[in-house]
Design a protein around this ligand. Structure first.
Ligand code: ADP
Ligand code: ZN
Length: 424
């Protein structure tokens, strides 16, 4: 589609979207009224700049379904992603949304070269997290065979890859490396399996990781990007050129803004990625701030696709960490520690990578009154905190109990996170 034609389509869809939320979502109606805007003022895609932004905090404030535009009877699926303290982000999908999602994910798999002859293993988690089901429906939509392997059973996964002559895999890039390692430990090589295509995402990764995954698993590795607030995996994807990820901009309109001033930035300039869901009807979002940092790429892609590309995500403009593909906020750890009287309100999160798996250690100071000479007592305390962290974060942390005063306090902004994983 030519640029003018695309802009035209986006403008029409934006107008319809604004009408929908104005009439169905009090949050948006109030925000627009405060800006003296009515749906009639939004006619072209350029008019998007008049509209207010939406943040994760807005989703939390309107928990659980305050931003939903469709009646509950129209919602056929709900996903949820980790919140910071307490409230997760709940996303309801209409049947039409699931169709858009499957098609967007299918565009990704098609761009990777997947055909009906492929057999694809989906190694993203199935469940509230959008990774598993999102990739699953995309593969199925293309007509390839999908195996819902999910996470956590590496032994079985390797066996399936080999015995079913699996040709494609979707998982986090770090899990791909873990699989490669597990395979090598068992004396298997890339020649023992038939993988040819990998769809990797849900966490940032690098060119170096790509090369390593490609050579160790014997496949071509492509980026798959998405977030549950917008739809899930399939918002953007690499093509055979592996030079930026094409955004399905007829559904998800991208902008890059300066995270401080919120001023839109031109192509080629790094800033915060913002999306407007042009066609969603369950929980449509206007100018949603992803907190992901990247830039939009100008110029034509060698593959012939005309939809705009984004660069790799180079970081975040909030403090969210992605550990083993799961979003983790320091404030979650803080809230757990603050509610337990046994600990000083001081902690340090050390994130590292052992082999290819991310590790999280939480160091915390035990209050004097709770320090005991009895080992059993201390082990129980450690386990109590570890269990609580596990239930809040959905990943396990190694808890290290410390003497009061032993975690360094800095003047000014204190350091709560040490991330030793290098991304180059
Ligand atoms: P997902 O199922 O994609 O992990 P979440 O909503 O839980 O969805 O998390 C979305 C966040 O994950 C994004 O905002 C981004 O920070 C990160 N993410 C997802 N895919 C990628 C990717 N391909 N590269 C870098 N970061 C990614
Ligand atoms: Zn391309």
């Amino acid at each position: 589609m030519g640029r003018d034609e695309m802009s035209d389509l986006q403008g029409k869809r934006l107008h319809k979207l604004v009408e929908l939320v104005y009439h169905n979502v009090p949050f948006y109606r109030e925000k627009m009224q405060a800006l003296d805007l009515s749906p009639e003022d939004i006619r072209s895609i350029e008019d998007i700049r008049k509209l207010p932004f939406t943040t994760k905090q807005d989703l939390r404030d309107n928990y659980p379904v305050g931003l939903q535009a469709a009646a509950q009877s129209e919602i056929v699926r709900i996903h949820a992603s980790s919140g910071t303290t307490g409230n997760p982000t709940v996303v309801g999908y209409t049947r039409r949304d699931l169709e858009i999602w499957s098609e967007s994910a299918a565009r990704a798999f098609t761009a990777y070269g997947v055909t009906r002859d492929d057999v694809f293993s989906v190694g993203y988690g199935y469940g509230l997290f959008t990774g598993g089901l999102g990739a699953h429906y995309g593969v199925e939509y293309v007509g390839a065979t999908v195996i819902p392997t999910s996470t956590g059973n590496t032994e079985k996964h390797l066996r399936l890859l080999r015995d079913l002559k699996v040709t494609g895999i979707a998982c986090t890039p770090s899990y791909a490396l873990y699989l490669a390692e597990a395979m090598e430990k068992r004396g298997m090589t890339a020649d023992d399996i038939s993988l040819r295509i990998g769809a990797f995402g849900a966490e940032p990764w690098t060119e170096k990781m790509r090369q390593e995954i490609e050579s160790r698993l014997g496949l071509k590795a492509y980026n798959l990007y998405g977030l549950s607030e917008i739809i899930g995996p399939g918002v953007s994807y690499e093509c055979e050129c592996k030079n930026g990820s094409h955004i399905s901009e007829d559904h998800f309109y991208p902008e890059i803004v300066d995270p401080e001033t919120l001023e839109p930035l031109p192509y080629g300039t790094q800033g915060e990625l913002v999306f407007t869901t042009l066609t969603k009807t369950g929980m449509p979002l206007i100018r949603y701030r992803t907190r992901d940092l990247c830039s939009l790429m100008d110029g034509k892609c060698g593959c012939g696709r005309t939809n705009v590309r984004m660069t790799r995500i180079i970081g975040r403009c909030d403090d969210m960490l992605i550990i083993r593909g799961i979003n983790v906020f320091p404030s979650q750890v803080e809230s757990v520690i603050l509610e337990m009287p046994e600990f000083e309100p001081v902690y340090l999160m050390v994130v590292d990578r052992a082999g290819c798996l991310d590790t999280l250690q939480v160091q915390v100071e035990v209050r004097r009154d709770f320090i005991s000479d009895e080992l059993g007592e201390m082990l129980r305390l450690r386990k109590k905190l570890a269990d609580r962290l596990k239930s809040v974060l959905s990943i396990s942390a190694d808890v290290k109990l410390m003497e009061p005063g032993s975690i360094s306090r800095s003047e000014g902004k204190s350091v709560r996170v040490i991330d030793r994983r290098s991304l180059d």
